[in-house]
Design a protein around this ligand. Structure first.
Ligand code: ATP
Length: 191
């Protein structure tokens, strides 16, 4: 599959945990198809604002799990607020930015569609449509597993949201299952 990248704009990666978003971006950086500075990742921004890489609330008593989830949400709010400022600045400067987060909730995606419109740059989405059993088996092999419950919830949300993506207003929506056969064609000229 060929994926056409604009000269400037926003590329929204959409997919549950373990769908391979960061892995694809890492391989694109290694192949020098994109610059490391063109990737804005929610995981990196959580670390930047809080020093915390991962919060694990699985198998904790309910009160403790609720507190940890609250802490994670507070950190995430701060992280996304910083991320959005950087993405906004990059759009104003006519840069291309890949946003690496799950983007499973419509409000999160709408924020970037509005941001792209405001700055007059295109927005496209790369959607990772990976079977639930693959997401779960990759999670089990991960250093910091997200946990079955969370992956299953994310997969259900993804299954529902997948149907709406095409109508949300992207320049293009690329639905991918594997990323080995992807070919990126990058426009050199401002469009
Ligand atoms: P998150 O949203 O949690 O950051 P992600 O979608 O960015 O997840 P990755 O971080 O790219 O997912 O990958 C998560 C795990 O799945 C890693 O252990 C990675 O090696 C594995 N993985 C990713 N893509 C593939 C693939 N195509 N085949 C097998 N394993 C994969």
């Amino acid at each position: 599959m060929q994926i056409r990248l604009p000269h400037a704009g926003i590329v929204l990666l959409v997919g549950p945990s373990n769908s391979g978003k960061s892995t694809l971006l890492k391989s694109m950086i290694e192949k020098k198809e994109i610059l490391p500075s063109e990737v804005i990742s929610s995981d990196d921004f959580r670390v930047l604002v809080s020093d915390i890489e991962f919060i694990d609330w699985r198998d904790r008593p309910k009160d403790e799990a609720d507190n940890l989830m609250d802490e994670y949400q507070t950190i995430s709010r701060e992280a996304f607020s910083m991320m959005d400022s950087v993405i906004d600045a990059r759009a104003r400067l006519n840069k291309l930015t890949f946003v690496d987060a799950t983007h499973l909730h419509p409000d999160d995606r709408k924020r970037y569609i509005a941001l792209a419109r405001k700055n007059n740059v295109p927005i496209l989405s790369i959607v990772f449509d990976i079977p639930e059993e693959d997401l779960l088996s990759r999670d089990a092999g991960r250093e910091n597993p997200r946990g079955k419950k969370r992956i299953k919830q994310q997969f259900q949300t993804f299954k529902r949201e997948k149907n709406y993506l095409k109508k949300e207003g992207y320049m293009s929506v690329y639905l991918i299952r594997e990323h080995d056969n992807l070919q990126f064609i990058r426009s050199k000229n401002p469009v």
